[in-house]
Ligand binder design. Structure first.
Ligand code: SAH
Ligand code: F3S
Length: 482
């Protein structure tokens, strides 16, 4: 996801438009992937109907919720520090209740309640609709927990409230869970089986966002390319679907087309694509519709066939190159980004060199790079010793990061001199005289504000760049005759 997982990202207290009559205060923080941030919007929506408005002041909260990430050990440590902080506040305000949501709740289940006694409430990613009941239990003085994973829940019927929003870009989740079972990954255990959301509810949410002024939507899922709607149920049961259900099924490229046509002036992005599930028709649909952005987040994790196999990534290095070639052939200016893991068990220097040479071939626009972190319960943790010393993992990671920085600069330089359409999102962090937005390729573009406004599409001449940012000047209006 753009950015997929980032444990350095601060949790941020989220704000919800206050609902009149709501008297209780909710402080909700999110860590981890965009799906968690998106889920927190669903949680805030459910709790808004229970009398809660959000607050940014931890000290005044009646209920504190933290939406957690388990993807790497460091992500869990960050959440533990926050729990310590909440408990320090709770000692001053004993009426305050604390709840853990998301992947850590799912992974550690009742451990939080039994061993650690630091939380009142534990709720897994598929149980948010049970929050009203769980809160009633907490009010009666009992600890409450629901970590049941669902085969159907997509929250398609809940209209998320937009939290901490710039009012221009929004995330819309289209699938939940993951069936891929990459051996390093905890997600299939914490988020359960893959389910696709009813396309009609997706389009309705998109139409609603457009009418509220939003101009860009990112379709979210752990593995969006395997989206498949055929009347409900798990993807793995598609074989058993009726002929009619099969004939009217909606796959990911069809969904993209439905979205692009439903709101032809809205920009669409999506994340994340697993290479093994990305088909040619998705790339063709991207090429066909101007409002589908030319950017694909295509994690590869390693450039070594041996390691890819050990990771249960179901494609080879050569197949990945073929996919990259097809993307570049059909969409020559398509940006591509990666996720990479250094130091997976048994990784040799030769495997690492394969990763670097794969990067040289693709020359990614961006990258999100991590040292392997063993996660309890995963296949890798059960079958393989975490045998690469930390300093070796770090050194390899640094080499990967250095190379990515070189490639990012090469890629941003390619934009200099061009005129590109930018959607204005917010004020630049560095200067209140400049806007910040993104081009189709997802690169940040900064330019003088002049008379332009947030939410407008502007053609910007790119004059300069760093490895992460393009710097330019607006040249005219484009799509604003809405
Ligand atoms: N399909 C998901 C992937 C989630 S995990 C998505 O939507 O992005 C995001 C990234 O974290 C993975 O692509 C991988 O590079 C990294 N990651 C996952 N498990 C990890 C682990 N055990 N150690 C280090 N990095 C990991
Ligand atoms: Fe994890 Fe692989 Fe799914 S990285 S989220 S198991 S595609």
């Amino acid at each position: 996801m753009e950015k997929t997982i980032d444990e350095n990202k601060q949790g941020e207290a989220l704000i919800l438009d206050n609902k009149e009559g709501n008297s209780k205060k909710l402080f909700i923080e999110s860590y981890g992937c965009q799906m968690n941030f998106s889920d927190s919007e669903i949680v805030a929506s459910i709790l808004s109907d229970q009398g809660f408005n959000t607050t940014q002041q931890l000290e005044e909260a009646d209920l504190v919720l933290v939406n957690t990430c388990s993807i790497r050990d460091k992500a869990e440590q960050t959440v533990r520090k926050r729990l310590e902080k909440y408990n320090a506040v709770k000692r001053i305000n004993p009426n305050m209740k604390v709840g853990v949501l998301g992947c850590m709740a799912e992974r550690l289940k009742s451990k939080f309640l039994e061993e650690e006694k630091i939380v009142d409430l534990v709720v897994g990613p598929d149980a948010y609709k049970d929050l009203p009941n769980l809160l009633a239990e907490v009010d009666e003085g009992r600890d409450a927990i629901n970590v049941i994973l669902s085969k159907e829940e997509t929250y398609g019927d809940i209209s998320p409230v937009r939290l901490n929003s710039n009012g221009v870009t929004a995330f819309v989740s289209i699938t939940r869970g993951c069936d891929n079972m990459c051996t390093f990954c905890v997600v299939p255990f914490t988020r359960g089986r893959e389910r696709s959301r009813d396309p009609q509810s997706i389009i309705e949410e998109i139409n609603d966002l457009w009418s509220k002024g939003y101009r860009e939507v990112t379709l979210l899922g752990q593995n969006v390319d395997s989206y498949l709607w055929y009347g409900g149920g798990l993807k793995k049961n598609f074989e058993k679907a009726s002929d009619f259900e099969k004939a009217t099924a909606v796959n990911f490229s069809k969904l993209l087309e439905l979205c692009a046509k439903a709101q032809p002036k809205m920009r669409f992005r999506f994340s994340t694509s697993n290479p093994q599930d990305m088909t040619l028709d998705v790339i063709e649909t991207m090429a066909k519709f101007e409002n589908i952005c030319n950017y694909i987040h295509l994690p590869v994790q390693s450039g070594s066939d041996r390691i890819l196999k050990a990771m249960n990534r179901l494609h080879t290095r050569q197949e990945y190159f073929e996919l990259i070639d097809n993307i570049k052939r059909l969409i020559p200016d398509c940006a591509i980004s990666q996720d990479m893991i250094s130091g997976f068990p048994t990784e040799t220097e030769e495997d690492h060199q394969d990763t670097l040479s794969l990067m040289e071939y693709v020359k990614y626009d961006f990258g999100f790079m991590f040292a392997y972190s063993e996660r309890p319960g995963t296949l890798a943790a059960r079958k393989l010793e975490d045998d690469i010393p930390e300093d070796v993992k770090k050194r390899r990671l640094n080499e990967i990061i250095q190379l990515q920085q070189k490639h990012s600069l090469l890629r941003t330089q390619e934009h200099v001199g061009k005129i590109e359409e930018v959607l204005i999102e917010k004020e630049s962090k560095r200067s209140d005289q400049h806007w910040s937005g993104r081009n189709s390729q997802n690169t940040v573009v900064v330019f003088p504000k002049e008379h332009y406004k947030v939410g407008e599409f502007v053609n910007v001449k790119i004059n300069d760049c760093t490895s992460a940012t393009l710097i330019g000047q607006a040249v005219d209006y484009s799509k604003n005759n809405l």
